[in-house]
Design a protein around this ligand. Structure first.
Ligand code: AGP
Length: 610
């Protein structure tokens, strides 16, 4: 969602701020803006506009952005008020002394707005954010930090903010509650940003601001304190990945690049967690005794991560015999869940900043459960709030449609199931060894499927005219069907429904005729024959079938218009492979339809508000 960058140093702030925004484009936005303190006049100057960052650049070409040494910038994903230039950030107080960028939602903004209007503040936008500069201005008596501190304790909701004050042209203030914000520590320059990619080409030294902390940045100092004023000694992390990781490197889209990175992601995960055929999660923070003691497992997540959780349920129950429930985090947090210290709660999130997943994790901890994060982002809120973590090691994922992060999450779920299975008596060592041996083959299997790129692109071209897609799968590939449908609808905007194939006759079969395409995930498995029966029912109603099947299954051709093969693997591991053709299909269909693959409309990479 909204992206923030901020700069204080000796260089011209404007170009740095715009460059930072470009690196945050993946978060999803509908307008953008930048504000600086003019080096020669000391005045606050703002340029903002609707639409893409290139619109902002065009505006700056026409209206010039003065040379400055300090500034803040923002990409807005509209919540309160339409995406137009008035509602875009930064926002100022009536006297244009304070300037604010904000990510999050101020829940009590109406009360504050009324109060401030009575005091004479004149509001120009429909946003919740605008109360912040007015509130700071109303509390300001010469001490910038103090005014911000007094203001933020009156805000309810979630926020990450960057604030400038014309009276203090050397100081940038930032604070957070519930929305992500990092500080980049440079040489005689410092930065704030919503995420690391924004500043990766400037510095790799990062401080992750915690909830309830406020930071004062000058060009040569970063000072962090609690809202109460108590000083905090910050931990500076050095980011390992290079700036290349957040560039397209010759691929047409980030999504395509990330799809191609999946073999190496799998290799990295296996290398990190499989030691002499034993699974070891070094940051799990649970002793073998503790791990044995859990009587059930809950998995909470959103979107694609939720689908990975569903695969986890099948794998853990089958291999380890531990009951597992999987909830969408947004449902879990309000459903009064029954949990205790015998429940292990696994929160899966690529970003580690998804508002519902964070809230669900807090709810679970409050009810006595231990929370383990399965997360891709080091230092994210979820990781910091959880008892332990299993990193998914997928590297930065920029495409809004999650691909490599999902595959990494699924791989981790299998490893977790294998680890838990050791004490269960449900598997014998030979079975585990066989699954591990097949897991080790997964990167090579991925390369084989990727080599069928042209065939999948051709299938996509031939079928992109269908106005509706149904994705069917059974058992452990039911989540694959859900994920395939989500990918397609996210990036191509074609209505797509994922369904358990066994449920087809209970409703979705009504959709089927010659105008619908049905993607059937039908690899080798115990329920293969049942899947074939479903396919026959679809054919009988003239539905067009695209099947994903196991290499060597020639028979499936007679039931399908197209078949995409995956290499043979252990039945339980098939979801790791079957999802790849579906990712590629969605990608090529979206490209064929001319859609904005990496930044689909209305979507945000990380959903940091509820
Ligand atoms: C996936 O393609 C999505 N864009 C979305 O469903 C995503 O998986 C979801 O918002 C959860 O995000 P997280 O993994 O960062 O928590």
């Amino acid at each position: 969602m909204c992206g923030i960058t901020g700069y204080v140093g000796h260089k011209n702030a404007g170009p740095i701020l715009i460059e930072g925004l470009k690196r945050l484009e993946y978060r999803g936005y509908d307008s953008s803006g930048v504000g600086v303190i003019d080096l020669s006049t000391g005045h606050i100057i703002v340029r903002k506009t609707k639409g893409k960052i290139r619109n902002l650049e065009e505006l700056i070409q026409q209206q010039n952005l003065p040379v400055s040494r300090i500034g803040i910038s923002h990409t807005r994903w509209a919540t309160h008020g339409a995406p137009n230039h008035v509602n875009s950030h930064p926002h100022a107080d009536s006297a244009k002394k304070f300037l604010v960028v904000h990510n999050g939602i101020i829940e009590n903004y109406e009360v504050l707005r009324e109060e401030l209007q009575h005091q004479g503040s004149v509001f120009v936008s429909e946003t919740d954010t605008e109360v912040i500069p007015h509130l700071i201005a109303s509390l300001y008596q010469g001490d910038f930090l103090d005014a911000v501190r007094q203001a933020i304790v009156r805000l309810q909701g979630s926020f990450a903010i960057g604030v400038l004050c014309a009276d203090h042209p050397d100081t940038l203030i930032a604070a957070r509650v519930g929305s992500p914000l990092i500080i980049g520590v440079g040489k005689e320059e410092n930065f704030i940003a919503s995420d690391v990619p924004a500043i990766l080409d400037r510095t790799k030294r990062i401080i992750y601001l915690n909830d309830g902390e406020i930071a004062r940045l000058t060009c040569d100092n970063v000072e962090i304190m609690k809202f109460s004023g108590a000083a905090v000694r910050p931990k500076i992390h050095t980011v390992k990945f290079s700036v290349d990781a957040v560039k397209k490197q010759g691929f047409a889209h980030f999504m395509l690049k990330e799809i191609h990175e999946q073999p190496e992601v799998l290799e990295r995960i296996l290398k990190s967690y499989l030691k002499q055929e034993e699974v070891n999660f070094p940051e799990l923070n649970l002793s073998p005794g503790q791990l044995k003691g859990f009587e059930r497992i809950g998995i909470i997540a959103c979107g694609t991560a939720y689908h990975a959780g569903l695969v986890g349920k099948y794998a853990i129950e089958q291999l380890a015999g531990i009951p597992v429930f999987v909830d969408a985090a947004s449902e879990f947090r309000y459903r009064d869940p029954i949990l205790d210290e015998k429940t292990l709660l696994i929160a899966i999130s690529q970003s580690g900043e998804t508002a519902d997943t964070l809230a669900a994790g807090r709810e679970a901890q409050a009810r006595g459960a231990k929370v383990i994060a399965v997360c891709n982002v080091v230092g994210s809120s979820l990781v910091r709030e959880s008892h332990g973590v299993i990193y998914t090691h997928a590297g930065p994922e920029i495409g809004v449609a999650s691909t490599k992060a999902y595959v990494a999450q699924v791989a981790v779920m299998f490893l977790l199931a294998l680890k838990l299975s050791r004490n269960s008596g449900r598997t014998v060592p030979a079975q585990r060894e066989s699954i591990i041996a097949q897991l080790r083959q997964a990167p090579a299997a991925y390369k084989k499927i990727l080599a069928a790129k042209n065939q999948i692109a051709q299938i996509a071209r031939k079928n992109s005219h269908f106005g509706c897609f149904l994705f069917l799968g059974r058992h452990i590939n039911y989540p694959t069907a859900l994920e395939g449908a989500l990918k397609l609808k996210e990036i191509s905007y074609i209505p797509a429904e994922g369904y358990a194939a066994g449920e087809m006759k209970h409703g979705p079969i009504a959709l089927i005729d010659e105008y619908r395409a049905v993607v059937c995930v039908a690899p080798q498995s115990e329920i293969y024959e049942k899947m074939i029966s479903n396919m026959q029912e679809i054919r009988a109603r003239k539905g067009k079938i695209i099947a994903v099947a196991t290499q060597g299954d020639a028979a499936i051709k007679k039931h399908s218009s197209h078949v995409i093969y995956i290499p043979a693997t252990h039945n339980i591991l098939t979801p790791l492979l079957t999802v790849l053709p579906l990712q590629m299909l969605a990608y090529f269909i979206a490209v064929q339809l001319g859609c904005d693959v990496d930044q689909p409309r209305n979507l945000a990479k990380s959903v940091t508000v509820e």
